[in-house]
Design a protein around this ligand. Structure first.
Ligand code: URA
Ligand code: URA
Length: 290
């Protein structure tokens, strides 16, 4: 029995009693004691906002998934030589980005150029908007609050963060002169200026699927603003690569509604399907509103 359905039923029953004029309940002392204990039920929901002590997927599922990633026929380097050429090309691109001065304001305010990270042989690439303060400090994409949530989403998909590739449209943190906190959206010019790095990254990595995280990532990729609420869940194509637009994890942190998480999760199920990755019944049921 789904825990949330049980909870709904219990609340419904209590409301019925209340509408019949009942103002109190007789509860056995042992029931009261039990109610005071923290609830430790298996909830059929991968609640990303709750710190689960266990990864949300089983070890076997992760193993299965790693096998799928390892198989990746389309992206397998056809010779070890090819694989190392790719590595060298990515390293050279990263070195160029690391000394980029095309946006003088960003070059002078950044602590690090956040190039991207993960497995360059991965069939799955996530593209975000721009580094925030945490990412700028650490030189790694998605390591702040939104990043933690993205990492949990990736885990729930059955992957390891290191087995996919993660990058941003903008490689430098948008500067916020005079501001002590918060981030700013990259400007259209900044995104246009930086896009060639991402294009080269995509051309080298050749992912089979790209996930575009949020309205700004979509705008940066496609070069025009597009309505994310209409676009998400619908496959797009970027230079022959399927792109799944979905909400940004930061949006899910602002809007904790189950319905929004469910939408992102449905988009990720489509991504798994496209990759030919096995999907468990448990995964299908996550965030289901009964
Ligand atoms: N938000 C993004 O879009 N990218 C990051 O790397 C971190 C937060
Ligand atoms: N609005 C946005 O700008 N981004 C999202 O990811 C969702 C809603």
């Amino acid at each position: 029995m789904n825990y949330l359905r049980l909870l709904d039923a219990a609340i419904g029953h209590l409301e019925d009693l209340k509408s019949q004029g009942k103002t109190y309940l007789n509860i056995a002392p042992e029931t009261l004691l039990a109610l005071q204990q923290p609830i430790r039920v298996k909830v059929q929901v991968a609640s990303w906002e709750i710190k689960a002590e266990e990864p949300l997927t089983t070890a076997t599922l992760t193993q299965q998934r790693e096998k799928t990633l390892a198989a990746r026929p389309q992206t397998q380097p056809d010779s070890p030589h090819n694989g190392s050429r790719k590595k060298t090309a990515i390293a050279e691109l990263m070195e160029r980005a690391a000394v980029c001065l095309k946006c003088p304001n960003l070059a002078s305010s950044r602590k690090n150029v956040v190039f991207g990270m993960g497995d360059i042989e991965s069939p799955l690439m996530f593209v975000g908007e721009a580094p925030g303060a945490d990412e700028d400090a650490q030189g790694e994409p998605f390591v702040g609050k939104a990043g933690e949530l993205l990492t949990r989403i990736i885990k729930t998909m059955g992957f390891d963060r290191n087995s996919v590739y993660i990058a941003n449209v903008l490689k430098c943190r948008p500067d916020t002169p005079g501001q002590t906190a918060g981030n700013r959206k990259p400007t259209t010019d900044e995104m246009k200026t930086c896009l060639p790095y991402l294009l080269e990254q995509i051309d080298l990595i050749k992912p089979r699927v790209i996930v575009a995280l949020g309205a700004t990532a979509v705008e940066g990729l496609f070069g025009k603003p597009m309505p994310i609420t209409k676009l998400r869940g619908n496959w797009q194509t970027f230079r022959n690569t399927p792109v799944m637009p979905t909400f940004h994890p930061a949006y899910l942190l602002r809007n904790q509604a189950l319905s929004e998480k469910r939408k992102v999760w449905e988009d990720m199920l489509q991504v798994l399907e496209k990759l030919g990755a096995p999907i468990s019944e448990k995964q299908k049921g996550f965030f289901q509103q009964s």
